[in-house]
Design a binder for this molecule. Structure first.
Ligand code: GAL
Length: 424
C-alpha cells in the first residue's frame, strides 16, 4: 500500500553521474524528492504521474510515497509516524489549516526563494496564498482547486427512470424513489467516514445555506451547532441513506463512481476528483455523464485546495529537487495537464482554460461568482475549515449518527456541540 523510503545513495550517485553527463552545466546535481500523496485511483494516478514526469525531465529522481485511502486519513497517519521517527518525506500533500500545524512544529522549509523568483504573490489569489504561508513564508505550493459540492449522474439511468437531474433536496428524494423503482441504485456511496462527511456538509449547505455553514463548520458556534436548523440538516442527511445500497460499507469512492459509469447507479455526491474517473474512462461530460452543483447548493462552492508542503531537507541536491518540484507545480504546463486529468481547476486564475470541459468552466465561473456573493466556503470534510482534531471529532459524530439506527438527530446535534467544545 505504501512505499517506504529505500536507501537512495547508490541510485542517487548513478543518477547524478548520468545527469551530469547529459545535462552538463545546466543541471549541477540530481537530487531526490520523495512525495507523499494519496492519489491512487485511476484518474488520480494519471494526474500524479504528470508531476513525476516533469520532475524527472529536469534530471531529479521522484520517489513515490503513495498511501491509498480516499480523503487522505491513512496518508496523514503514516506521515505522522514517519515525522516522529525523524524521517519525513521531502514533500507531502498537506492541506488547509494542517499546514499551520506542521509549520508550528518547525518541520517545514521555506519556499520564499522560489516564490519570489516566480512571482507567486502576483500569480495566486490572496486567499490561496495565505493558506500556503506559515509565519509569512511560503512553505507549501497549491496544486489545484477542487469543488466538493458536485452531483454526478448517468443520463441514461435518469432517462430510464423518467427523472430529470434534481436541483433541490426534495427533487432528489423524489427522483430517488423513481430510480429505485426502475431497478437502479439512486445514489452511489462508499461508507467511509470522510465520504459520509462529504455528503453531510453538502446536505448541510442545501438545508441551511452559506452563513449557517460558516457558523457551524468554520466558527464552531455552539448555538448554531445545537440548533433546530442543524437537526433538520442531520435529518435530511440521514434520509440520503435511503437512496444508497446495502453494499456501501467500506466501499472506496472511485468504486462508487464506477457504479455511475457502468449504469448500476444513477448519481453520486462527490468532489470533482470523481471527474478524473469519468475522464480516465474516456467519457465526455454533457453526453456520457452529467455534472451539476449538488441539489440546493447552486450558490455555494465548497473549496478544497490540494497543496504540497515541503519538509526541511539537509542535502543541497535534494533541496534543489524540492525547489524544482515547487516551481513546476505553478507553471502553466503542469497546471493544465494535471488538472485536466484530476478534475479540478488550476490554482492560478490567469491561465488559458480553453481546453477544459464544461464542468471545469462552470467550476471556475462559480468560484468567481460565489467569491463575490459570499458562497465560497472551505470544505470541512476535506480539511480546509478546521484543525485536524476538530475535523476528526466532527467526522466521528457524523459517521456514528449516519450508521446508528438509534441515535436521534437531536442527540447528534448535541454531540456536535460537545465535540466542538472538547477540542477548542
Ligand atoms: C481529497 C483530495 C483530492 C482527492 C480526494 C479523494 O481530500 O483533496 O485530491 O484525492 O480526497 O482521495
Amino acid at each position: 500500500m505504501c512505499a517506504f523510503k529505500q536507501p537512495l545513495t547508490l541510485r542517487k550517485t548513478l543518477l547524478g553521474l548520468a545527469v551530469a553527463g547529459t545535462l552538463g552545466a545546466t543541471q549541477a546535481q540530481a537530487g531526490d524528492v520523495e512525495v507523499l500523496h494519496w492519489w491512487t485511483s485511476g484518474g488520480e494516478a494519471r494526474a500524479a504521474n504528470v508531476l513525476k514526469e516533469l520532475v524527472e525531465e529536469e534530471g531529479h529522481h521522484w520517489e513515490d510515497f503513495a498511501v491509498a485511502g480516499g480523503g487522505g486519513e491513512t496518508a496523514m497517519t503514516v506521515l505522522k509516524s514517519r515525522a516522529m521517527s525523524g524521517n519525513p518525506p521531502s514533500a507531502a500533500q498537506i492541506k488547509g489549516p494542517e499546514i499551520q500545524e506542521w509549520g508550528d512544529l518547525g518541520l517545514l522549509g521555506s519556499l520564499d526563494d522560489v516564490a519570489e523568483s516566480e512571482g507567486w504573490d502576483e500569480k495566486l489569489p490572496g486567499v490561496v496564498a495565505n493558506v500556503m504561508k506559515h509565519d509569512g513564508q511560503y512553505v507549501a505550493v497549491p496544486v489545484n482547486v477542487h469543488r466538493v459540492n458536485w452531483l454526478w449522474a448517468n443520463p441514461e439511468v435518469l432517462e430510464e427512470a423518467g427523472v430529470a437531474l434534481p436541483t433541490t433536496l426534495d427533487e432528489m428524494f423524489a427522483a430517488g424513489e423513481a430510480i429505485r423503482e426502475a431497478g437502479y441504485v439512486p445514489l452511489a456511496h462508499g461508507g467511509q467516514a470522510w465520504q459520509d462527511a462529504t455528503v453531510f456538509e453538502t446536505v448541510l449547505l442545501a438545508t441551511a445555506g452559506n452563513d449557517f455553514y460558516r457558523r457551524t463548520m468554520v466558527d464552531l458556534d455552539p448555538e448554531a451547532l445545537g440548533s433546530e436548523q442543524m437537526i433538520e440538516a442531520l435529518e435530511n442527511f440521514k434520509r440520503m441513506r435511503e437512496l444508497m445500497d446495502d453494499g456501501m460499507s467500506g466501499r472506496d469512492w472511485n468504486i462508487a463512481t464506477s457504479m455511475v459509469i457502468s449504469g448500476k447507479a444513477a448519481m453520486q455526491l462527490m468532489g470533482d476528483w470523481a471527474k478524473g474517473e469519468f475522464t480516465a474512462a474516456g467519457l465526455e461530460p454533457g453526453k456520457d455523464y452529467l455534472c451539476a452543483p449538488a441539489p440546493g447548493t447552486e450558490h455555494s462552492f465548497t473549496f478544497n485546495i490540494d497543496s504540497l508542503a515541503m519538509f526541511r531537507v539537509s542535502e543541497e541536491a535534494d533541496q534543489e529537487a524540492q525547489h524544482t518540484l515547487a516551481r513546476l507545480v505553478l507553471e502553466p504546463e503542469f497546471q493544465k495537464t494535471f488538472n485536466l486529468a484530476k478534475g479540478s481547476i488550476p490554482a492560478r486564475p490567469d491561465l488559458d482554460m480553453s481546453e477544459f470541459d464544461q464542468c471545469a468552466q462552470k467550476s471556475l465561473e462559480d468560484f468567481q461568482r460565489t467569491a463575490d456573493e459570499g458562497g465560497l466556503v472551505p470544505s470541512m470534510a476535506h480539511g480546509m475549515a478546521v484543525r485536524s482534531d476538530v475535523q476528526g471529532a466532527i467526522f466521528d459524530v457524523v459517521t456514528n449518527f449516519f450508521n446508528s439506527p438509534d441515535m436521534s438527530a437531536e442527540q447528534a446535534a448535541q454531540r456536535m456541540v460537545s465535540a466542538a467544545q472538547a477540542v477548542m
